[in-house]
Write a protein that binds this ligand. Sequence first.
Ligand code: NAP
Length: 284
Amino acid sequence: MKYAVTAATGHFGRVAVKQLTNLVGKEQVVAIVRNVAKGEEILPAGVEIRQGDYTDPAGMQEALAGIDRLLFISSQPGGAVNREIQHCNVVKAAKAAGVSLVAYTSYPNADQATAPLAHDHQATEEALKKSGLAHVFLRDNWYLENDLSFLLAGQAGQPAIYWTDGKAAWAPEALYATAAAKVLITSAPKEVYEFGGQPVSYKELGAALEEALGKKVKITKLSRPEYEAALVASGMDEQTASQFASFEEPHQHGDLDVSSNDLATVLGYPLPSLVESIKQLLNN
Ligand SMILES: NC(=O)c1ccc[n+]([C@@H]2O[C@H](COP(=O)([O-])OP(=O)(O)OC[C@H]3O[C@@H](n4cnc5c(N)ncnc54)[C@H](OP(=O)(O)O)[C@@H]3O)[C@@H](O)[C@H]2O)c1
């Protein structure tokens, strides 16, 4: 059996490749990367590395030759080629290469979600369904790492700011990647996994931060325009500030307010508390 991971040089991919090699041995693992030199530098020695770019469907089909099961990690939004097109390229390449199962890192509650960020994931889930490929949707909730600047601000005695009352089921990215590797080797996986911690608000994330730090933190809710203005006042340009503010839209839409035990069940152990996860992130 050959297992492949796309975007293997990213934070998610690196953990998934490492976990897979632990689970099935490096001989059965193929890392698909767009930058081979980077892959050779950072991926475990002995893992086969193949070149594959989401914008190059023919190259991706070649990279997938002989692959049985694929962990397809979603691309970064905002690239030169629209992300939906990139993802459809991968689905077509997997179909043409005869991959037997595709596990795709999707978006929480993707079929009901309404925030703009959900769109590409919904389109990719649809493309996978229509392709006839056996598929698994790994619907990953919010990475705790996304809010590192919120956590670091509090740690540094600065106001930890946010603008939405919506909730997210934050969990460390490495746990999602570890679970993805485990699902990939499961003989009969479910079609949908809703991966994440327990949903909480930014106010509750702030309370967990205070507990992790053992000190009071200025947790400050602003309006969205005030939030953007605060980022600009801290030196960020307006476009980046607006983009940063948009990262809270999924919470505001309620998309991330998903309760599920799938992550702990697949990992086979209870998730660390939010306080523990924050401590670990801030100590790294
Ligand atoms: N649920 C969440 O909270 C959340 C948060 C952030 C991101 N995400 C999603 O999760 C994915 C993985 O996260 P991450 O932390 O691993 O991101 P990351 O560290 O930024 O890595 C992104 C990976 O995507 C690769 N990539 C980008 N464009 C590509 C293309 N055209 N063809 C092939 N590979 C391409 C990059 O390759 P290079 O190494 O060559 O640049 C890199 O390996 C992201 O891409 C995003 O879709 C989810």
